[in-house]
Ligand binder design. Structure first.
Ligand code: PGA
Length: 252
């Protein structure tokens, strides 16, 4: 049985006071022994302070990215050791915004994934096709290529301590979520591809859906058998929306 996971990706949003308000509201209404695991991923600069606000709560801290290198002359970068040092348990790697805007390759994402695991951080690996890929029938090919880069560098066993997030790029921030059946189809494809290498790991690997998840569509997406939770952007910035998604995941 896979425990549902809901992760909030705040992207480049928030101020110290907005963060404090949001976290206080979430943790005051989030049960101490929750049915769904909850992770929040603030911008780097707020990690330590948000981590302090989360102390004594069951909500976990994640970062939005990590450098593939361990340390050195990499101006502006943040290492896995540093993320661990400020209290992160998770880190997102390969978000489509970084793949597209920062031209991150599948191989670089795989190295980030390895760097995270090397410091006992749980990577949240994002995969997903662009609209043109879907329209030309290349969804599986793209997702397979993104997943295979991890399998080749880190091996299938690495997925025993990782989270995968399927995020169709056309659904991110657009208000147009994938239909539950569309999400399920790709999630099942991802799980089958892992199962071809190791059925036991495929059975336990959490696969989240991301892309315009909100309170009003969470339950139907989470009802799909291979959808194990959500990676939430915009709706993670609103306590009521985020808590409703957590509740939907918890009663899955
Ligand atoms: P969205 O973003 O929920 O705002 O669509 C999801 C994501 O980018 O992780």
């Amino acid at each position: 049985m896979r425990r549902p996971i809901v992760a909030g990706n705040w992207k480049m949003h928030g101020t110290r006071s907005e963060n404090a308000r949001l976290i206080e509201e979430v943790i005051s209404r989030y049960p101490a022994d929750p049915a769904a695991e909850c992770i929040v991923c603030p911008p780097y600069v707020y990690l330590q302070e948000v981590g302090r606000l989360l102390r004594d709560s069951a909500v976990l801290l994640g970062a939005q990215d990590v450098c593939a290198e361990a340390q050195g002359a990499f101006t502006g970068e943040v290492s896995a050791t540093m993320l661990k040092d400020v209290g992160c348990q998770h880190v997102i790697v390969g978000h489509s915004e970084r793949r597209l805007l920062n031209r991150e390759s599948d191989q670089l994402v795989a190295r980030k994934f390895a760097a995270a695991q090397g410091k006992a951080l749980v990577p949240i690996l994002c995969v997903g096709e662009q609209l043109t890929d879907r329209e030309s029938g290349r969804t599986r090919e793209v997702v397979a290529r993104q997943l295979d880069a991890i399998l080749e560098l880190c091996g299938v066993r690495s997925l025993a301590s990782a989270v995968i997030a399927y995020e169709p790029v056309w659904a991110i921030g657009t208000g147009r979520n994938a239909a539950p059946e569309q999400a399920q189809e790709v999630h099942a494809f991802i799980r089958a591809r892992i199962a071809a290498r190791d059925a036991t790991i495929a059975a336990v690997a959490p696969i989240l859906y991301g892309g315009s998840v909100k309170a009003s569509n969470a339950a139907e997406l989470l009802a799909m058998p291979d959808v194990d939770g959500g990676l939430i952007g915009g709706a993670s910035l609103k306590a009521d929306e985020f808590l409703a998604i957590l509740a939907a995941a918890g009663s899955r």
